[in-house]
Each structure stands twice: as C-alpha cells, then as structure tokens.
Design a protein around this ligand. Sequence first.
Ligand SMILES: [Fe+2]
Length: 349
Amino acid sequence: MRFTLLENCKEDMVVAENIYCESGNIFIKKSEKLTKNHLDFLNENLYSGLYIEDNFSNNVKINYPISPSLRNKLTISIKKIFEAVHQKKVLNYVEAANFIFKLSKNLINEIPKNKILDFLYIRNLTNYTFEHSVDTAIISVVIGKNLNFEKEKLLELCVAALFHNIGNMYISKKLLDLDHKFSQSELEEIQKHTKLGYDLLKNTFKTPKNIYEVALTHHERYDGTGYPLGLSSEEIPIFSRIISLSDWYNAITTKRSYRNAFISIEAFEYISSNAGLHFDPNIVKIFVSKISPYPAGTTIILSDGRKGVVIENNESILTRPYVKTYGVDKTPTIIDLLEETTLTIKSII
Ligand SMILES: [Fe+2]
C-alpha cells in the first residue's frame, strides 16, 4: 500500500486502510473502491490523504507506531472528555482520567522500541484537536521508550501528552482557528490555555504533578524564550521538553483550513536547526533517529522525473530510503538511494 495525497486520489482506486469518520465509525472499509461520494466527503472534511492499494505498491509494509484502530479508539475517548470539559458537563473527571490511564497502557504496549517508525496516519481534520492529542502522545512515548523510561514514567508521559492542551477547551474555537497573525491581545488570550489546563488537571482531574505541570509548561523553550514562565533547559520538566517537540512536529505537519502542511523532511530540518534553541538537543537526536522523515508508503517523484514509492527505511541514513520505481520498459526497479548518489527525492505527491 502507499499513501496518496487526497488531491491525487481518483474514483475506483482501492482503499488499503479503513477510513474513520468524525464519530469514530468506519466510513470506507479496507478493500473498497473509491466513489465520487467518498471523494466529495473526504474533500469536504479536509482529509490529508489515503492509503491505497495498487500493483505499484503491493508488499509495502508500514511500521506504524500503533495500529490505526487503537489510534481511532483513543481519539474518540479523548474527544468525549474534552467535549465534556468544553460543555461544562457533570462528569466524574477522576474516573475519566483513570480510564485514559488504562487506554494509555495499550498505546505503550504497542509501540516498539529500537525500531524506525513510519508516522504517517490518515488524518481527519474535523477531529484535529483530539487526533493531535493522540499523535502527540504517540511521538512522546516513542521518545520516552528510547530514553529508557520505565513503565510508570511512560504511562504518566502518555497521559500528560494526551491532556497537554485540554485548556484549549476554554478558548474560543474561532480564535484558535484564526488564519492571520495574532494580535497581542489574541495571543494573550490563547496563551491562557496553559494555566487553565494546569488548574483543571490539578483540581478537577486530580492527576499527578508530572501530568498537570505539562499543561502549564509545554510552550516553554529550551533557550528560555517560551511562555508562560520563561523557564530554560533543565528547569523545564523533562515531559514538557519531550511533549513540546512532539506537539510542534505534529501540528506543523498537519494541513489546516488556513495553511498547507509542512512535509516531514521540512519539519525535520526545522527541528534539527532548532536543537538547543527551541528544543532540547538530546530529545531532537532521539526523535530524528527513530521517526522516519520519509515513511514507507510515501509516494514520491525522483530528481530524474520518475515516480516512486518508499518501500523501506535505510537505517544508517534515514533521508536515503529504498524506493521502488518503474524503468522505461515498465519493469519494477528497487533503488537504494544510499548507492544512487546522483538521485534525490524531489517531491512528495
Ligand atoms: Fe498548547
């Protein structure tokens, strides 16, 4: 299977992964053919792209950090809790936090250690806020596992990531979705989500300190230029140093109604160049060595104009994966970009 941007999807293409809708139900089943109705729905709801199955990409296996079905289950659970907060519903919030702890165990168990992972999921923008929490948790746990955190610490890291932006439920959605540069007063309003989330997790959800302090400090920067406290380097809790990177990476690689997504490799370059400034350099090192900048299944154009699909990562240099393409006589060719030094990946389609 391969991932194809929605603008390149056409009727009759075969869907290779279940596609979930806003409610968490399956909207298009694996192996179904795309229809015009499907494409209209996917466009209206700003899906980023789909996994499709074709001769070009059969046998390409994606090393997901966690299965898409568990990711969907977590998204829907987080959505229920966040919406309850937003609507000021009466709910046993301590119990809700315990439920998220339980689900987080599944997430931690599924993520493999010491493996290069393909972080490329089908995204449904109508659920952006909730999927973003789950994706931030996935990346954070990948980093935590590779920092050799023990189980209890991983569990708290995961829950902290899932809840880090819960304070946004008190900020108007209109303000969060604004498509222009924020004015000073708008910025001050948005920044309040840190303290609001901290108070909520501490007093209502009654989570451990490691979790509620992340809500307060996940916008701090390693060089001290973040907010709200202006903490720097080791003064920033380790969970927040991890989650600020995961949060930033996932947000910038997601297409929003007002801007296109950065492709992974662009985000990797930004993160690497901000090691020691925006981000903790040790955490950057782990991130860029465990998450692939060209996940398996990515459809690409090579610098000689040939279309290809990434079939496997090259563990020694992640920016030079194995690519399958077609020669002039239409026979499939596997290219090792580590060997083919004159070829580069020109674009992702
Ligand atoms: Fe935030």
